[in-house]
Design a protein around this ligand. Structure first.
Ligand code: CAA
Length: 389
């Protein structure tokens, strides 16, 4: 296209509660340094029982629609790996809660933590076809592992909403992309389970293999060289993973690996994920939010993205920050979403973690807990009922 396409607006939301890793360590006897230093995590968002991927997504997207209106939104792409229905797209509930136009298509995408990037890339293609259209891309997830497993410390929850348009106000997304797919069982969740299964160490090496593969494809397609990037947003299942991945990439490319250099390229991308935990599809974009909200002026700087979804698919691509971007950020809103969370103890966390709705098709109102803008009011006749709070 002879016009730029990319991120025009960006907004993030998370859950009602927060569990600190001090609390988790006090309960399970782990050395808290394993969490703080070993995996780089401080706390995890825990959604209230009347919150889910839909309520967080609507909370993230509402300010975007309030700012830009919905008239040009012709497509809503909802990426998630913690879906609430095997048939109906979660985005339709968001479409309804936000009063989006009937003349819009809505669909849900899945490929573990990668599908937010698939949604973004598909959105670029749609705007390329008709530059008058905007696409609302949502990535929303609640990450849940069984209690007492190594994955428990990497749980979290968040949603991001991104408005993709021509002549974007925040960031131009560039061609080419580098892609990598491999059939591997490092992390998965069969339909009959509410918690994910994971081969932890296998998943780390699968991620590193995928970084190498996506980068190889990116360079073969004429991508930028490593030193053209100011920062790198990696998928962050835990923030230490971004450091592992960047170290691996530098090493693979024959660079002398320097800790100061890695910290410079990664440090400002980890602030939100370190306190929110793994938000799966949203994680790599929370890394971007943390960077844009907290770094000095990034005008005309290029950022590298490495999106990884177990199973596995990875993609590397570049985005360049647009002049004037700072006046469009939602830094205060993002900090407020993190700071307003109520800290809970282990007992409350356990109650929420182990809670499941009866599957009898009866009428089950949900207790009022969230102070966010949208809530799950109940489940009746196997239907989820949402409301504005
Ligand atoms: N002080 C400081 N550091 C300590 C420590 C202490 N007391 N004790 C341990 N550590 C360090 C360890 O050395 C290790 O660091 P390195 O890897 O740099 O050596 C780190 O803390 C973690 O320790 P372990 O490897 O022993 O931890 P673990 O095996 O109990 O769990 C995990 C780690 C496997 C990542 C686990 O959290 C897990 O299963 N997580 C879920 C899966 C996951 O996130 N995989 C990531 C790649 S897959 C992906 O990205 C998709 C996705 O979103 C899931």
């Amino acid at each position: 296209a002879d016009f730029a396409i990319g991120l025009h607006d960006f907004s993030a939301a998370t859950g009602q509660y927060v569990l600190t890793h001090e609390t988790l360590a006090a309960e399970n006897g782990a050395d808290v340094a394993k969490y703080h230093k070993g995996i780089g995590q401080r706390s995890m968002s825990v959604p209230a029982v009347d919150e889910d991927i839909v309520t967080m997504a609507a909370a993230a997207a509402a300010p975007v629609v309030a700012r830009h209106g919905a008239d040009q939104i012709r497509t809503v792409l909802f990426a998630t790996e913690s879906s609430i229905d095997q048939a109906k797209a979660a985005g339709i509930y968001v479409h309804s809660l936000l009063g989006l136009p009937a003349g819009a298509r809505v669909v849900e995408l899945k490929q573990a933590c990668y599908s937010g990037t698939a949604a973004l890339q598909f959105a670029l293609g749609l705007v390329h076809r008709d530059r008058s259209e905007q696409v609302l891309v949502i990535a929303s997830d609640v990450s849940k592992y069984e209690r007492g497993t190594p994955g428990e410390a990497t749980q979290g929850a968040a949603a991001v909403a991104m408005l993709v348009s021509a002549e974007p106000a925040l960031m131009r997304i560039e061609n080419p992309s580098g892609m990598f797919t491999a059939d591997i069982m490092d992390f998965w969740r069969p339909n009959y389970r509410t918690t994910a299964l994971v081969d932890g160490q296998e998943s780390i090496s699968a991620y590193l293999q995928a970084v190498e593969g996506a980068w190889k494809d990116y360079t073969e397609r004429g991508g930028r060289s490593l030193d053209e990037f100011t920062a790198f947003c990696y998928h962050q299942p835990f923030t230490k993973m971004a450091y592992k991945a960047h170290r691996h990439l530098l090493d693979h490319c024959g660079y002398d690996v320097d800790d100061g250099e890695i910290t410079r390229a990664i440090g400002q991308t980890t602030g939100y994920n370190a306190v929110i935990g793994n938000s799966y599809t949203a994680s790599v974009y929370l890394a971007l939010a943390s960077l844009l909200d907290n770094a000095d002026d990034l005008t005309d700087r290029t950022v590298g993205f490495l999106s990884y979804g177990s199973g596995s698919v990875a993609e590397f691509f570049a985005g360049t920050v647009v002049p004037g971007y700072r006046s469009h950020l939602r830094t205060d809103m993002h900090r407020e979403a993190i700071d307003r969370r109520q800290e809970i103890g282990y007992a409350k966390y356990r109650e929420i973690h182990d809670h499941s709705f009866p599957v009898d098709g009866g009428n089950h109102p949900v207790p009022r807990e969230t102070t966010g803008p949208y809530r799950l009011a109940g489940i009746a006749g196997h239907k989820r009922l949402y409301e504005q709070r």
